[in-house]
Design a protein around this ligand. Sequence first.
Ligand SMILES: *[C@@H]1O[C@H](CO)[C@@H](O)[C@H](O)[C@H]1NC(C)=O
Ligand SMILES: *[C@@H]1O[C@H](CO)[C@@H](O)[C@H](O)[C@H]1NC(C)=O
Ligand SMILES: *[C@@H]1O[C@H](CO)[C@@H](O)[C@H](O)[C@H]1NC(C)=O
Ligand SMILES: *[C@@H]1O[C@H](CO)[C@@H](O)[C@H](O)[C@H]1NC(C)=O
Ligand SMILES: *[C@@H]1O[C@H](CO)[C@@H](O)[C@H](O)[C@H]1NC(C)=O
Ligand SMILES: *[C@@H]1O[C@H](CO)[C@@H](O)[C@H](O)[C@H]1NC(C)=O
Ligand SMILES: *[C@@H]1O[C@H](CO)[C@@H](O)[C@H](O)[C@H]1NC(C)=O
Ligand SMILES: *[C@@H]1O[C@H](CO)[C@@H](O)[C@H](O)[C@H]1NC(C)=O
Ligand SMILES: *[C@@H]1O[C@H](CO)[C@@H](O)[C@H](O)[C@H]1NC(C)=O
Ligand SMILES: *[C@@H]1O[C@H](CO)[C@@H](O)[C@H](O)[C@H]1NC(C)=O
Ligand SMILES: *[C@@H]1O[C@H](CO)[C@@H](O)[C@H](O)[C@H]1NC(C)=O
Ligand SMILES: *[C@@H]1O[C@H](CO)[C@@H](O)[C@H](O)[C@H]1NC(C)=O
Length: 524
Amino acid sequence: MKPISLFSLFFLSFFSFSSSQTTIPLGSSLSASNPNQTWSSPNNTFYVGFTPASPSTYTAAVNFDGGVPIWTAGPAVDSGATLRLLSDGNLQLLNGSGSPVWSSGTASVGVDSASIDDFGNLVLRNRTGFAVWSSFANPTDTIVPNQTFGVNQVFHSGYYSFQLLRSGNLTLRWNDSIVYWNEGLNSSVNVNLTSPRLGLQSVGILSILDSNLPRGYIVAYSNDYAEGTDVLRFLKLDTDGNLRMYSSDRGSGRTTMRWAALTDQCQVYGYCGNFGICSYNDTSSTPICGCPSQNFVPVDANDENILLDENHNAKVSDFGLAKLIHPKDHRHRTLTSVRGTRGYLAPEWLANLPITSKSDVYSFGMVLLEIVSGRRNFDVSEQTNRKKFSLWAYEEYDKGNVTAILDKRLATADVDMEQVTRAIEVSFWCIQEQPSQRPMMGKVVQMLEGVADCEKPPAPKVVTEGSVSGTSINISSNVSALSTFASAPAPSSSSSHQTMGISPIDSENKLERASFSLLHSAPN
Ligand SMILES: *[C@@H]1O[C@H](CO)[C@@H](O)[C@H](O)[C@H]1NC(C)=O
Ligand SMILES: *[C@@H]1O[C@H](CO)[C@@H](O)[C@H](O)[C@H]1NC(C)=O
Ligand SMILES: *[C@@H]1O[C@H](CO)[C@@H](O)[C@H](O)[C@H]1NC(C)=O
Ligand SMILES: *[C@@H]1O[C@H](CO)[C@@H](O)[C@H](O)[C@H]1NC(C)=O
Ligand SMILES: *[C@@H]1O[C@H](CO)[C@@H](O)[C@H](O)[C@H]1NC(C)=O
Ligand SMILES: *[C@@H]1O[C@H](CO)[C@@H](O)[C@H](O)[C@H]1NC(C)=O
Ligand SMILES: *[C@@H]1O[C@H](CO)[C@@H](O)[C@H](O)[C@H]1NC(C)=O
Ligand SMILES: *[C@@H]1O[C@H](CO)[C@@H](O)[C@H](O)[C@H]1NC(C)=O
Ligand SMILES: *[C@@H]1O[C@H](CO)[C@@H](O)[C@H](O)[C@H]1NC(C)=O
Ligand SMILES: *[C@@H]1O[C@H](CO)[C@@H](O)[C@H](O)[C@H]1NC(C)=O
Ligand SMILES: *[C@@H]1O[C@H](CO)[C@@H](O)[C@H](O)[C@H]1NC(C)=O
Ligand SMILES: *[C@@H]1O[C@H](CO)[C@@H](O)[C@H](O)[C@H]1NC(C)=O
């Protein structure tokens, strides 16, 4: 044996997992048209190959035996596509027209060969055995046992992403900005982590590993924990924005869900798309996406199978595909129907953000406040110090002056002030700018009936310019911003007015413009 091969043998065993691996020489290729062509791991637990993604498209993937993808190269491609390990060391996916649609970006960095091992890791190595690139280090949306996920990595699935923060928190986001799930270590664990990683044990335990956590921190167990043999468990960010643990029996090609980050799918931000309303009915645990009114039709660019009934109601056929709902007619009809109820619409409508059942809670709160007060919530008059009624009302409530809010026509009647106060408090809870701060409708009913306690509500905060023109409602926004807006334009507060840029009245005009431009710029 020549010294050079001894040298590389040493490095191979030093830098790789202790399992064996199948070597894939430079110049190898696979084609989508022949599903029998694969690069298999030594004991055939995993293979690289094309898997059908739809009747006419395929994805190049690392698959678990049976055809369960755990890593995917680029987008879905046509049947003429090929995956090539080029002689320059680049791993490239070419579509049927020969255009590169994905590459590992490892041309001319000394890649000598590729390999796939029995843990499912596809690795590109240089001559000294160094892993220049690996699928484990570049996860797409899944991790498997023996793969760890660090703070610099991210899963992507459409608009959704999943990340591990340096604090050890696990987060799910929409469009990289809105966090709709954020779970940290519980308070009994009082350590600062150094470089946390997320790992999955083959028995089905998901844990955070860190040098300051000697025994790891268990995040979740799969509900088939330690059961069965030849079962692969994996963690995946699904296209519907939920993070789930699954198990698959070897060779079956089937997967069973074993754990989910969000048990209520409607909590996934934007699950039903813009303007879509997520709800459940009595007979099905699968959420249903509905349109807010008959002026809307569901649109799903990714799903040709979407059906509309005569009334243009959604008949969403596929759970898990991105759904976008657009106004049916962005000329006058839709415009008037949105404008006609302005003042009752939750800020997310005007900011073109996804609508949830909490948006209805907002409208309910506005109506409730009007019933109690006998006044329009957006009336601006001398009586309300030229503030929007709802903002002025909160100030009066805050001062303990509930009588000022009550409908004048009831002033002489025998009114139960405790009930009035309760109704006013509930209405302020409902009109919180942040949807997450609004109560669920069931809670609203309980608070009104006195079954549940009603805490003192925070200020409902006015819509700021940023949250109208931007794409996100600032989750951490400061509740005290109301006082900035609502205070009279006395010299002491004029600087803060300038900082915010708009007065309450201006902000209302901006809202109107925002809804105008929203409706005119809606895509066809
Ligand atoms: C793939 O393999 C199966 C079973 O071994 C065989 O029947 C089929 O003809 C093969 N397909 C191609 C395209 O080679
Ligand atoms: C291949 O990709 C190119 C560039 O994205 C595109 O123009 C072409 O239509 C694709 N061909 C097929 C068969 O999908
Ligand atoms: C294949 O290899 C992996 C890693 O060594 C091992 O965990 C697994 O049990 C093996 N499977 C079979 C069927 O030999
Ligand atoms: C392989 O990569 C490592 C790390 O970049 C480097 O130190 C080593 O020299 C490379 N070997 C060859 C033969 O390029
Ligand atoms: C792979 O995972 C198995 C089971 O979780 C563990 O026993 C083994 O040490 C791991 N091997 C490597 C190389 O990480
Ligand atoms: C997502 O965020 C980007 C950058 O913040 C923004 O340009 C884009 O409009 C957002 N997309 C949607 C659908 O809100
Ligand atoms: C981590 O999650 C906890 C809830 O479990 C939350 O209170 C905390 O603010 C989060 N920390 C970060 C840095 O996001
Ligand atoms: C915190 O985690 C520890 C260890 O995982 C567990 O024993 C304890 O019950 C947890 N406490 C809370 C409040 O969840
Ligand atoms: C974690 O870090 C913070 C800030 O550096 C420090 O105040 C705190 O005491 C640390 N906690 C532990 C348990 O080390
Ligand atoms: C509930 O949803 C299922 C599935 O979408 C549907 O078939 C059924 O008709 C719905 N039932 C009611 C009462 O709306
Ligand atoms: C309560 O509101 C009424 C009507 O606006 C006003 O006349 C009265 O001065 C207020 N009382 C207090 C204590 O603010
Ligand atoms: C949210 O508000 C805070 C405090 O005003 C600010 O620092 C932060 O940049 C804002 N975030 C976004 C996404 O607008």
